[in-house]
Ligand binder design. Sequence first.
Ligand code: CFM
Length: 539
Amino acid sequence: MSDPTSVNPEAGKAALLEAMPAKVARRRAKQVVVNQVGEGEAVPEIAVNARTIPGILTMRGCTYAGCRGVVLGPTNDILQIVHGPVGCSFYAWLTRRNQTKAAAGAPNFMPYALTTDMQEENIVFGGEKKLRQAIEEAIAIFKPKAIGIFATCPVGLIGDDVHAVARDVEASHPGINVFGFSCEGYKGVSQSAGHHIANNKLFTDVVGQSGTEGRKPGKFVLNLLGEYNIGGDAFELERIFDKCGLTIQATFSGNSVYDEFASSHTADLNVVMCHRSINYLAEMMEKKYGIPWFKVNFIGAHSTAKSLRKIAQFFNDAALISQVEKVIEEELAPVEQERLRAKEHCQGKTAMLFVGGSRAHHYQDLFTELGMHTLAAGYEFAHRDDYEGRKVLPSIKVDADSRNIEEIHVDKDPAQWRELKRDAEARGLTLNDYVGMMPEMKDGALVIDDLNHHETEVLLELYKPDIFCAGIKEKYVVQKHGIPMKQLHSYDYSGPYAGFKGAVNFYQEIDRMVNSKVWSLIQAPWQKEPQIAARYGWE
Ligand code: CFM
């Protein structure tokens, strides 16, 4: 077990930057911060959402991934057609493990990968005709009610207009909602731009398309934003919400269907799980329809209980409050038993988390529940508000890359706007806020944005954490260092980890991983013989 206090954080930071050329080290120095929480949850400023240094081997993905894969991917009856070379579609094909359960007799397009498979000829002479043909073919086969078209890098470079094609198809197929996304991979510095593009289009073309008759029955109707049903997380949350008597109008977008998006404006509350990917939609829905939002976290049993209580307090209904308390009591008892059992083996061990734009924060709660310390954490593509809290929003500088993404001007819709706040703020509830990751981390922890391969290796050698959490690109590098590695994107083909049952799964897996002896028994060939002699063909 490593001693979390044994490495001086400033020395740790210096070690990360040591081998870098001076210019690169100067830039990275602003993206690596030693955490310190001051008065009013003030934390040091971190440089984020900046272009990745070429060649540094980033963990990031592209804008198309954030739009097509992340936000739209988990919905099952919007036919999604990727306009681009086949690889963009193929490598996004079911790799995120977002699950879905289509209703009996309802379509489920998720297992399909639809692409225009652009060829050189289309790049030279334009691909709009091919896209149009592909859509016609898809309509004939699948008969969808909605179609999303996703533009990849070459589409933007040659100037194909996916929106014009969408309008054209819509005109000849009334009743099918067709919308295009200008989510070319290069549009922003990371996936994050793709989230924003997806939010914008969903807001302008899908949310509010159905009338109030689309509202589901129930007294407490809310949308769950930023939950994508990885490894079945949404199924567990649906179970808990149902037991509490809460109705989920729409989840954006785990286990969701088009009609739920279209009628999501009829809900009375938006709760936001992943702030980074969906805060835009929450803000826009509040402006237009008056739907209030607040942040929740269903990763961790105690965080789940806290979030459920906040929802019940918002609705301010005695029966709901007592039902939620009953559910928490019932669910928490077996979870606590398992937590305390696992905690005995995990207490004092150390973790590092480098994931996306929200999980590096959320999963710290699960490790804390096990008595473990987070030595270092960071996001791949989050913004300053996800690190430092939304209080820094007014001081965030808008650069050329962010300006690239459209900010939609939204006005109140007097015909549809409802007063829904129920005096929540007067009753002490905080709305429209996210405190961010850093204020909830210990002083001295390293916070690193857009971690790269070299820094990963330095961290592993220096701190020797008991577990490292990231994605598939990092997995085998970490394991070769003899350190267990947990994928927090795909969950290593396991899950769910959300809610009460998810917490139990996580405790058990982490217990097994950090206490396994297997890693200390293996020795890689290069540890025995640092230089392996090679014989060249011409010798
Ligand atoms: Fe939100 Fe996500 Fe994440 Fe994200 Fe993602 Fe994901 Fe993620 Mo992978 S929406 S920011 S773009 S919680 S796919 S479900 S795991 S990087 S931390």
